[in-house]
Design a protein around this ligand. Sequence first.
Ligand code: SF4
Ligand code: SF4
Length: 358
Amino acid sequence: MKYRNLGGTGLIVSEIAFGTIPILSGDVPVLPDYYSPNEETAIAIMEHAFKLGCNLYDTAIVPEYGDAEIKLGRFAAHIGREKIIISDKSRYFIGDEMYDAVNRSCKNLDTYANIYFVHQVDENNEDITFGRYGAIDALNELKAEGKIKFTGVASHYYDVLLRGAKDKRVDILQGSGNILERGMLERIESEPLFKEKGFILNKSYAAGILPHFFRIETLLSGVLSYPISSVLVGMGTNEQVDQAMMMKTENYSRPSFSQVMSVLEKSFVPIPCDRCQRCRCKYGTEIHIIFRQYNYYFLGKDYWALRKLDLSINESAAQCKKCTDMSCMKKCPHEINIPETVQMIQRLVEIHIRKSLI
Ligand code: SF4
Ligand code: SF4
């Protein structure tokens, strides 16, 4: 296991971090596979990772990740609290609510959290989060009180992460990416503001999809070739721990985007969207999310992707049909004809996909 600096925090973290979703028990339908091990088994799996060099464990408040937060707290007590770094999070954007949430998390963990993220910040809640008496102010208050050591912002949106990178009250950022959805990683790599913050990456397996198409080593080596601190990998069995932790790579490298496309093209015709989020739709269509759901549909998350597409594709397609502006396409590095692709997805939902729900 290799280790990296977590930005300017002084913490040294393992390149592979333990994501606790697979060890939760509870009913959290939006999350990918989890195994519901009992507490004893969950602790044994976390210990196995520790013995292979893992020192960073990420969770979320009960019940966001079921009971994973409680299991992680028990593991910390078992292994020795100071031997591991706990990263925790919750979706509260108003300061008072975040303050209470962190206190609940500390009770569940029965200890402090090294890092606490305000989770899933997006354009609907970012002004509250970053504003006066918002979640970030609350996290800084909790940091002063010693209940947490460092503050964080977790988001799937580049603009939100950039706002966090500019904000002195934020120590660490958490974002998503993988060798397919690498657009945000490339923007982070070329933006100097990110260099001072620790950066933890999630979704390196794309919700468990990409290991069916690429070797684990390719996936992890690929994302570790970007200037990030650590990659979160969800692990629910000792075999999964071994796969992620025993990766043998001296020099990290990534396949080119066109190489990734060629692998996927053996199964379907993917949309060559790397989710860079440069396209903007003034009418509110989240282009990169629609394109991700299309690709995920063919990559094995068919039911999940279908339900999501069904929620907004008709509205987006109707808007694209009458759009004369089409400014969304000006900045697309892959020159995707966005309105045409949206129409194609709508036809697919109508003709082929919707039938499968009947
Ligand atoms: S073409 Fe479609 S996605 Fe692009 S700006 Fe117009 S409505 Fe938005
Ligand atoms: S459609 Fe193009 S600009 Fe938009 S996220 Fe995908 S690759 Fe980036």
